[in-house]
Design a protein around this ligand. Sequence first.
Ligand code: F6R
Length: 592
Amino acid sequence: MCGIVGFIGHVDAKEILLTGLERLEYRGYDSAGIALFDQDAVHVFKDKGRIANLRSVVDPQVKGTVGMGHTRWATHGKPTQRNAHPHQSSTGRFTLVHNGVIENEIELRETYLSDYAFQSDTDTEVIVALIEKLALTHDLATAIQCLIEKLHGSYALGIIDHEQPDVLYAVKNKSPLLLGKGETFQMMGSDAMAMLHCTDQLIEIHDKEYVRIEKERLTIYDATGQVVNRTPFVAQIDATEIEKGTYAHYMLKEIDEQPVVMRRLIDTYFKAGQIDIDDAILATVEQAKRMYIIAAGTSMHAGWIGKQLLEGTGTPTEVHIASEFVYNTPIITEGALFIFLSQSGETADSRAVLVKMKALGYPCLTLTNVAGSTLSREADHTLLLHAGPEIAVASTKAYTATVAVLAILATRLAGESDFNLAHELAVVATVMESLIADKEMYSQLARTYLTAHHAFYIGRHVDYYTALEAALKLKEISYIQAEGFAAGELKHGTIALIEDQTPVIGIISQAAVHLNTRSNLKEVEARGAKTLTISFKSLSLASDQVIIDDVHPLLAPLITCIPTQLLAYYGALHRQLDIDKPRNLAKSVTVE
Ligand code: F6R
C-alpha cells in the first residue's frame, strides 16, 4: 500500500526519490508524486498510474536537496492526479505525504475546517489543512503534538514546511515508517527497500512519535515533545536480492527460488541434525494450552496447514482471519499463545490483533519474512521465514516458507520421533526442482484448461487448504473467478455452477481420502466439467495430467501448491496481465 520516501542532504533529491519510489512499487499503488524543495519554492509533480508516468511529468530542470515521494493506493477518492500525493495546504506553506487512513476525518472537517476549500477527495488533505491551521497559533513542534492528539487512525506522514528549508518532518502512528541514516544526508521510508540504494543504517520510529530530520542529524520526539534516543540497526536485506535478473517477472523468479528457500531453512533451523529454535521461543510455545493463529489471505491459508501440523502435537490450535478476530473476538482460553503469520510483517489487520492481545497480556509470536517489521518488533518473539525479499504481490515463496517453518516448530514441539524433518524437507526441495523445471507443460495446461472466466479447485484434508490458496493465486493475478472447495462440499450447493467446460482442478495427495476426491471429480465430469488432476504418484492414474513424486504426506502442501502457482502464472501471462502488480492489490496491506 502507499509508500513514502523522503531525503534531505547536499545533492539533488530527484533521482534518489524516484528510485526509492520504484523500489516501493511492489507494495501496490495507482498514482505517484514527488515534492522537491529548492530553497525558494516547493515543486510538486504527480500523476496517476505508474512511476514511468511520473517521470514523464517531472521537470528535469528542477532540483532540490530536500524532497519527498509517495506512491498512493487509493482509499479516499479515485486514483486521479488531483488525489495523488503530495498535497499542499491552501497557502502553500505545508506539503505533505501520507500513508494510512484517518478515521475521524469527517469530524475534523466539521470541527476545524468548515471554511476550508479542499482541492481533493482525500483524508490526507484534512491533515495538511489542519497542520496549517494549528501552525497559525503554535510553533511547529507544538502544532505537530496537537496534530497527533487530534488525528485518529493510521498515519505515516512526511511534512515539508516552506518556512524551514533545511528540515523535513516525519510523524507515525500504526502505519510503517523508518528513518535512514547517512553521513551527509538523512532519509525516511516506508520500508528498507525505499532507502537501500543510499543507506542500510535504519532507525525505528514508534507510534505517536515525530522526527525532525536535518542534513546531519535526526531528532526523534515522543508525543509530549521529549527527545527519544534510539540506536540505528543494519537492514538485513541484500540489495542484489531485489533485482529481477533475466526473469520476465518477479513471481516466476520467486516460484523458482522455493527449493533454495527450503534448503536455507534446513541450514538455519537445524544444527547437527537437530531442530534449533531459540529456548525462550520454545518455552513459550511449550507452555501454550491453545494456540491462536492470526493471519490474512495467503498467510491464513498457510495457517490452516499450520493448525493441522500443530494439532498433531496435541495442542488445540485455531485459525482466525485477523480482520474479524480483532472486532469479533471469541472467548480466549487460559494459556493462549498468539501466532501471527505475515510475510510483510506490516499487515494492519494482524497488527490490530497483536496490539489488543499484548495489552491483554497474552504471549505473541510472529512468523515473518521481514526482520525488523512492525509485527516482528512488537511481538514477544519472532521466527524468520528466510525466503529473501518477496516482490511480486502474489505470495509464493513466503507461503511455502511459512508452512515449512510451522512444520519445523510443530516437529520440535512433538519432541523425539523417527520423523527426520531435515531429510523430508530436502526431499521436498528436490521434488520442487523437478516440478519447476517443467514450465512448458504448465503453460500448455493453462492454455487448455484456464479458458473460462471461472474455475474451481477441489481437495480434501490438507488438499482443501491448498485448493483455497490455489484459487486465491489464480484470482489475484489472472482475474479468473476461482473458488477453492472441500471436495465433499461441492455437491451441497456449488455443483449447480458446473456446466459444459467448467474447469475443475482436483488435488490428490492424501491416501485416506483420494478415492473420495476422485468420486467428486467424476461427479463434476458427469455434468460437463473439464477436469485436471494433480496427484501424488502413489495415488495417481495414468490419465492424471500432473503427477508429482511423493513427499511425506504432512509436507504435501509444500509440493502440491507448485503446479497451482505455475498455472496461475501462465494463466495470467496468456492474458497479458501485469503479473507482479495485479490491479487493485497491494503487497503490504497497511490499512485496516
Ligand atoms: C496473496 C497475498 C495476500 C497476503 C495477505 C497478508 O498472494 O499475498 O493474501 O497473504 O495480504 O499479507 P501478509 O502475509 O504480509 O500479512
